[in-house]
Design a protein around this ligand. Structure first.
Ligand code: SF4
Length: 599
């Protein structure tokens, strides 16, 4: 029997059907994604297979909830005379491809502009791009399961911490670390000025929970219809791209909360519950829904229908309170679509891992495919200080099973207001979750960078390895903490035990074959940059003298004392002179000062 026949004989496994390869060049030996092939334009524009017993997708879309004065003639919807489209949904219903849809297609190359339009028309995708925000720096993006998974970063001053300047800095920081949208949840300081400053600076869509500004300087009991509509109009005119409004929490849901371990954990939800009890009336946001929709349609502000009854602990997940509100969120989605508004709905929260798929697929059914925007969910409650990790695990599952946007959770969750580094940690945890979901779903091209990095790793090409890393400074700093020589192994296993190096030596299986990744031989890495030095300082492993040595390699060669500019700095030398000095004084391989030239 031939070797191949023996191998086939011994093959005791059978792969499931493969939906496609998430790498555009299908490199490597992976069979590809086990998710089903996405059917863009259908109720299943993403491919995770349903476990038995999961709710089926809704048979209806936004096309089934048209404004009452539109007529369907020969299969085409016709608005009343004099109608002028305002929202992305209305343009899509009329068959127009807007500049925003084109931009989304550029940013999501696996989708054509027409597919983007059709997903928006079906209500499965939203483009949060208030025209008043587009006047500033907003770069349009989409939220919808046919596109890549998005992440949101929350920020905002509280009554006890932070201010406008700090919040704008956090916005920049969140954008730097990949936030696709940012929510300004300020409850302290000058809310109006902070919001204005954030909108002017933001390249990403900005969301708010408008009830926060409605109750500044007054008690929740004093909230009335006029205050609600005026505040919405004002924020819409400022350019806010999406509003979270907790209109799905009804008076009749409140008794369902009594048996919960932790009651109502949503700020907006708890405030409105108090208002209902004080007034003995239905939720005024629910009763005002049509008027709210009219304001939001005028400015194309996207609905992000809040989940005031999201579970705040595993013990309260998937209970009647949560699902009753979800059902009303579905009703409100349909009503908003009839007004021409774009809609997404918000979801939990804290959910045991095994219940996540059900939660995602029930929303898909009850809200007729409108994008789901979830907070986490956290899959365990006993790791305060690490909830960016507990929730990123849940968020990966949520993305895979249908959520379109994942709201980050930082290490400070439940404990305090996130600072700059918490924002970075939260964003990175959620970029990992979103990217892992996209790869698993087989979104075309999603795995390309992973494959590039694998090639660089196989070739022991450290520079390329760091360049392709999501956080190159941390990768470089961690590497240099142990070994500041780019050699054919690292300090984890050392020379003799480095399997990648050994694999390169076994010619039959040699890794790092691609000449673009060829390893040039050992060289001393460049001096640490300031961010890299700060990373190592915060770890406290290296002595200050050693850190100084790593950070000053080039500076010493160039005759600069600490704090002073080197002789080759562009302020002191032309580019030609700078190159000549560097050539003369630095060893081209080691980047160490050449002994005779060093000052
Ligand atoms: S030494 Fe170990 S961890 Fe480092 S590159 Fe080699 S195999 Fe990888």
């Amino acid at each position: 029997m031939s070797q191949e026949a023996t191998r086939q004989e011994r093959r005791a496994w059978q792969l499931p059907p493969v939906g496609g390869n998430p790498s555009s060049s299908a490199q490597g030996t992976s069979p590809g994604s086990f998710a089903a092939r996405a059917r863009i334009g259908s109720p299943i524009p993403f491919g995770s297979p349903d476990a038995p017993g999961m709710p089926a997708p809704s048979e209806r879309t936004a096309w089934d909830f048209m404004p009452p004065d539109w007529k369907c003639l020969d299969g085409r919807w016709v608005p009343p005379a004099g109608f002028a489209p305002v929202t992305q949904l209305e343009f899509a219903r009329l068959g127009h491809v807007t500049p925003q849809m084109r931009r989304v297609s550029e940013r999501e190359p696996h989708l054509t502009p027409e597919q983007v339009r059709d997903e928006v028309a079906a209500g499965r995708m939203v483009i949060p791009a208030n025209p008043d925000h587009l006047r500033f720096a907003l770069d349009p993006m989409c939220i919808g399961r046919a596109g890549r998974t998005k992440i949101n970063a929350n920020m905002g001053a509280s009554p006890v911490a932070s201010g406008t300047g700090e919040e704008v800095e956090k916005l920049r920081w969140a954008e730097r670390w990949g936030a696709d949208t940012v929510m300004d949840l300020s409850t302290g300081g000058d809310l109006d000025a902070t919001r204005e400053a954030i909108l002017r600076a933001a390249r990403v869509p900005i969301g708010t929970v408008p009830i926060y500004s409605m109750i500044i300087g007054r008690r929740i009991e004093d909230l009335d219809e006029r205050l609600v509509l005026d505040a919405l109009e004002h924020q819409a005119q400022q350019g806010v791209d999406y509003f979270t409004i907790h209109a799905g929490l009804l008076r009749e849901h409140l008794p369902l909360v009594r048996r919960r371990l932790i009651g109502i954990v949503s700020r907006g939800g708890s405030l409105l519950a108090k208002w209902m009890i004080e007034h003995g009336r239905q939720n005024l946001m629910y009763e005002l829904w049509d008027e709210i929709c009219q304001v939001m349609r005028r400015h194309d502000v996207v609905h992000s229908i809040g989940d005031g009854l999201r579970p705040g602990g595993l013990a309260d997940a998937t209970d009647d309170a949560q699902l009753s509100e979800l059902s009303v969120q579905g009703e409100l989605t349909a009503r908003a679509w009839r007004h021409g508004c774009q809609v997404m709905t918000e979801g939990p929260g804290h959910v045991p891992f095994d219940q996540i798929e059900y939660n995602m697929k029930l929303q898909r059914q009850l809200c007729h495919g409108a994008p789901f925007y979830v907070l986490g969910p956290l899959v365990t409650d006993i790791f305060p200080g690490y909830d960016h990790i507990t929730s990123a695990i849940g968020a990966t599952a949520a993305g895979y099973h249908g959520a379109s946007m994942l709201c980050y959770v930082t290490p400070k969750e439940h404990l305090g207001l996130p600072k700059k580094d918490d924002v970075k940690q939260g964003c990175i945890a959620y970029k990992i979750a979103a990217h892992a979901a996209d790869v698993a779903l087989g979104i075309p091209g999603a795995r390309d960078r992973d494959d590039e990095l694998t090639r660089a790793r196989a070739a022991l090409n450290w520079e390329r390895h760091f360049e392709l890393s999501f956080d190159p400074d941390t990768a470089r700093a961690f590497h240099d903490e142990d070994l500041d020589v780019d050699t054919d192994f690292c300090a984890m296993c050392g020379h003799d035990w480095c399997s990648v190096r050994i694999s390169r030596e076994i010619q039959e299986f040699a890794s790092g074959k691609d000449p673009r990744f060829a390893w040039e031989g050992p060289r001393v890495s460049a001096a640490l940059s300031e961010p890299q030095r700060a990373i190592l300082e915060s770890r406290g492993v290296l002595e200050p003298a050693e850190l100084d040595r790593l950070a000053t390699k080039t500076r010493r060669a160039m005759g600069a004392s600490r704090g002073a500019k080197a002789e080759c700095h562009s302020d002191r030398a032309s580019a030609d002179v700078a190159h000549r000095l560097q050539d003369e004084r630095l060893d081209p391989v080691t980047l160490e000062p050449i002994a005779s030239q060093a000052p």
